[in-house]
Design a protein around this ligand. Structure first.
Ligand code: NAP
Length: 536
């Protein structure tokens, strides 16, 4: 193979992470090209255009901060922006910084092959395009590979089936239709609460209930629109100081530091606040003390009972797992839809789906006819999109095989056996408010690639030892929390046949950033650089 690559770096994905990576590397003078499976930018906000899709963290904190001009020019008009506004934002960013000319759209990467002799990657897309590059930056997203259940008779159904993450851009008319929604994660709840007022009949198929708390969205006044721009540096500083890069952080008190009455009043206050505050601003033992977590669950169960008239439906809607041991959804009048005569809840463990028929769905007890079935069944999360780019590293080892027992990375960025392969926004690394996280990681990766180029070093690879220490550390962190027993996409337990393994790094991002700074200062310790070996 010719040892002169076309590019210094290929960035796979033009979502929040990939767009920033592309921008930053281009600014640094690297030759870089973006490859995107979709026809436009925005990643999650390009694909997930289902009814009710909306951000559930504060949009003015969920923005890039790298450009004061961008902050000044863009106006947010409500606390939690809908999908269309977010897609417009990422298009604005891409146009503002002229990024689209450096992205190949409709280019789904299917093969990413390392050549040990030339220290280059060859990347091939489904449409036949082929590229060579010194480095690959995989920014394909942790919630990007849709999960479609394999029901008996699925293909027989003559109505229309949509997965929420492959929604048609022309939209879907639900008016007067008989609709099934399968899945009640953040997505299914948003769909159900949005379509319930207009459909003839809505049947929600729920495998596991979730602890959903109110979104409490609100529209901005003109004064507030200005304020969020003016205070952007203040908000930025806040998001840089909190564990998850959100605007709020865990309360300094434990559940048991206050009286039961004070506790109730605090929970009531959180229930009335916008967004994820119920878990990100909760007591400091929420994730470590089961009895403390039970207090939250008791409070939320009372709310469900109060909001859902039929006690049997309220019972089915009440989870048994700990609050926030799975990512909790946010809702707007979700529980109230079950007070409508035309809305039905099917608790699948009690009444499993037997098959799809030509006209609808049959469970063990009943059958329904539907015009539309919405699969809000989530993703082969965290690792799914990364293994689907068909990465083959040293000696042809496939990433799908290397990660068979769960993801293995060094700092969520490097993978042993996969030289010059950088992950931006994947497993075991950045975790939290994504744009905020990606600016740091994107800068770090850019500095690293620029350094290698300037030093004439054409290969970097994490050592096996550094990687296994990091994986062990990620596992230790989760084992010290109540998340260790959860069944959720964070563990891959939603995907049939996928080995249960924890996929994230859950210590504060402040700690993570410090560690990355240290690694850089120590000449990329934990990696092999060219023929140099730097041991951590
Ligand atoms: P999800 O949380 O994985 O939920 C998928 C739902 O489908 C769950 O209820 C799951 O049940 C169910 N399901 C999966 N396979 C099934 C099957 N074969 N039969 C019946 N039910 C099945 O996926 P999601 O709702 O798309 O959300 C994923 C993540 O995306 C969220 O946690 C959040 O981080 C993010 N998100 C964010 C927003 C936002 O910012 N507003 C909106 C949407 C999503 P089990 O629980 O039993 O597995």
């Amino acid at each position: 193979m010719n040892s002169t690559p076309q590019y210094d770096a290929l960035v796979i994905g033009a979502g929040i992470n990939g767009l920033y990576g592309l921008y930053k590397m281009r600014e640094a003078g690297l030759s870089v090209r973006g490859l995107e499976a979709g026809s436009g930018v925005g990643g999650a906000w390009y694909w997930n255009r289902y009814p009710g899709a909306r951000l559930d963290s504060e949009c003015y904190a969920y923005t890039y901060h790298f450009s004061p001009e961008l902050i000044e020019e863009w106006t947010w008009d409500e606390e939690f922006a809908p999908q269309a506004k977010l897609e417009a934002y990422f298009n604005y960013v891409a146009d503002r910084f002229d990024l689209k000319k450096d992205i190949d759209f409709d280019t789904r990467v299917v093969s990413t092959v390392w050549d040990e002799d030339s220290n280059l990657w060859t990347v091939t897309a489904e449409n036949g395009r082929t590229y060579t590059s010194r480095n690959v930056v995989a920014a394909s997203g942790i919630l990007a590979a849709p999960l479609v259940p394999d029901y008996a008779g699925f293909g027989d159904f003559k109505g229309t089936v949509f997965h929420t993450s492959r929604w048609p851009s022309e939209g879907v008319d639900f008016k007067g239709k008989r609709v099934a929604v399968i899945g009640v994660g953040s997505t299914g709840i948003q769909v159900a609460q949005t379509v319930a007022p207009e459909v003839a009949q809505l049947t929600v198929f729920q495998r596991t209930p979730n602890w959903a708390t109110p979104l409490n969205n609100y529209q901005f006044s003109d004064a507030r629109k200005m304020e969020v721009k003016e205070k952007s540096d203040e908000y930025y500083a806040l998001t840089q100081s909190t564990g998850g890069c959100f605007l709020v952080d865990t309360d300094s008190r434990s559940t048991w530091d206050v009286t039961p009455e004070e506790r109730e009043a605090f929970f009531e206050e959180l229930y009335g606040e916008p967004g994820l505050t119920f878990y990100s601003r909760g007591f400091n033992d929420l994730f470590t003390d089961k009895a403390a977590n039970d207090e939250v669950c008791k409070f939320l169960a009372t709310k469900i009972k109060a909001r859902v008239k039929d006690p049997e439906t309220a019972r089915k809607l009440t989870p048994t797992h700990g609050f926030a041991t799975k990512r909790p959804p946010l809702e707007t009048n979700y529980y109230e839809i079950y007070n409508q005569d035309n809305v039905d809840l099917v608790a699948l463990p009690e009444e499993p789906i037997v098959r799809f028929t030509e006209t609808g769905i049959e469970t063990t007890d009943r059958s329904w006819d539907f015009d539309i079935v919405v699969l809000a069944t989530g993703f082969d999360s965290i690792t799914g999109s990364f293994v689907r780019i068909g990465a083959q590293g040293v000696d042809g080892i496939a990433l799908s095989d290397y990660w068979e027992d769960g993801p293995k990375t060094y700092m969520g960025i490097f993978v042993h056996n996969f030289p010059n392969f950088f992950i931006l926004g994947g497993p075991q690394g950045v975790n939290g408010n994504q744009p905020r996280c990606t600016e740091f990681a994107g800068d770090w990766i850019t500095t690293c690639i620029s350094y290698l180029k300037s030093e004439g070093i054409d290969r970097i690879e994490a050592t096996a030892e550094a990687e296994s220490v990091w994986v062990e550390h990620c596992n230790e962190l989760v084992n010290g929390t109540l998340l260790r027993d959860a069944q959720s996409w964070l563990w891959g337990s939603n995907v049939p046949g996928k080995k249960r393994a924890f996929t994230m790094y859950i210590a504060p991002q402040t700690v993570y950033r410090d560690r990355l700074r240290e690694i850089e200062a120590n000449g990329y310790e934990g990696t092999e650089l060219g023929d140099k070996i730097l041991v951590s």
